[in-house]
Design a protein around this ligand. Structure first.
Ligand code: KG4
Ligand code: ZN
Length: 344
């Protein structure tokens, strides 16, 4: 059979990325231009600045990805692009570039859900894939926290999500209170390893049935504790604060995941993906507490936003000839349900 080559674009947030994937398996390139330095001083991603950087970077990323992969446009089978969820202006840059490339080289276009991308990063051999189905995915990033049941490849059903803040968002907000630079997840993770869980923060939603999460109460408790201490001129131990926050987060994530694994004993693979899957504390607890299923956590370079994961999810759609037209739009609130209903 003839080999397939997918050229994929990702620009949903603050990473401009272009990748080439061969036969749904081998990433020949995965070029990532990060803008984090530009957003740091604002303590979060500024959408307008993000769009501008994507516009500046995208053509360089295409050239670099094609060159590194040693492919020509005539070698390509399809172009794939993140169509949502994400920042609309940022998404539109990738969408426009992908459409232009597809049109210029007469290639079919595949629209990819960003969260399906995070999930399917786990299917790559570099991550320890393939995923064996049925699978459960815990997707944890700066914008999302959800549990997804995947009956078979490409069949995603969200069974629970956060009611308020995403885990990564909570890490970044708490980091701000500690005076850390954005994004602060990695630093808090490191501090947590030096501290102790002494502050006993609330573990929300652990008593409620179902798979909903909530992190805003935890975030508020953290902020209140720090502010009250400041007012009384008391000093708190930052490492202990980080450890206490992380322990509460991990207790909630592990509890809900184990509940879902118990309810669906047919599950063969647990995928943990998204930027927060880089968390060492989470990785350690998964390794020691999840025993009866194959656990796949993509390597760090495939956990954060990257086009390689978009290509991996696109391969599923390529096999089904699930293409979109050149009038395709970007969908900032795109959900998994839209893959069944077609409504975006
Ligand atoms: O998936 P991602 O790269 O971007 C989004 O789609 O949101 O995730 C970024 C998020 C940030 O909130 C960042 O603080 C968090 O992932 N993060 C971490 C760690 N590394 C990155 N959170 C906890 N522990 C880490 N080691
Ligand atoms: Zn992401």
């Amino acid at each position: 059979m003839k080999s397939t080559y997918i050229l994929a674009f990702e620009s949903s947030c603050d990473e401009t990325s272009v990748a080439v994937l061969k036969d749904g398996q081998k990433l020949l390139s995965n070029v990532i231009a990060t803008q984090i330095a530009s957003h740091k001083r604002f303590g979060g991603v500024v959408p307008e600045i993000a769009s501008r950087h994507h516009t500046e970077q995208i053509t360089y990323c295409i050239e670099a990805a094609m060159e590194e992969a040693k492919v020509e446009p005539s070698d390509l089978t399809a172009v794939a692009v993140t169509e949502g969820p994400g920042l609309v202006g940022a998404l539109l840059v990738g969408m426009t570039a992908a459409k232009a490339f597809a049109w210029a080289h007469d290639l079919p276009l595949i629209g990819v859900n960003h969260m399906a991308g995070h999930l399917m990063a786990a299917n790559l051999p570099d991550s320890g894939g393939p995923i064996e189905y049925p699978a459960l995915a815990l997707l944890v990033s700066g914008g999302h926290t959800e549990l997804v049941y995947v009956a078979q490849e490409g069949d995603y059903r969200k069974i629970g999500e956060t009611r308020d803040d995403a885990v990564g968002e909570a890490y970044d907000k708490v980091g701000r209170v500690l005076g850390l630079t954005y994004p602060s997840g990695k630093t808090i993770d490191e501090m947590a390893h030096r501290g102790q869980d002494v502050y006993n923060f609330p573990r929300a939603m652990m008593k409620e049935p179902g798979y909903e999460f909530s992190f805003s109460g935890l975030k508020s408790s953290f902020i209140n504790l720090v502010h009250n201490a400041e007012q009384k001129s008391e000093t708190l131990n930052d490492d202990d604060l980080a450890a206490s926050f992380q322990a509460a987060v991990l207790d909630i994530l592990l509890y809900k995941t184990k509940e879902a694994l118990a309810e669906f004993p047919e599950i063969r693979t647990l995928v943990v993906a998204g930027g927060v899957a880089a968390n060492q504390g989470l990785r350690e607890r998964l390794a020691s507490e999840i025993k009866n299923v194959k656990v796949i956590i993509p390597p760090l370079r495939l956990c954060g936003d990257n086009a390689g994961m978009i290509a991996a999810a696109a391969y599923t759609e390529l096999k089904k000839h699930n293409f979109v037209g050149l009038s395709e739009n970007a969908f900032p609130s795109l959900s998994f349900e839209s893959m069944d209903t077609g409504k975006k």
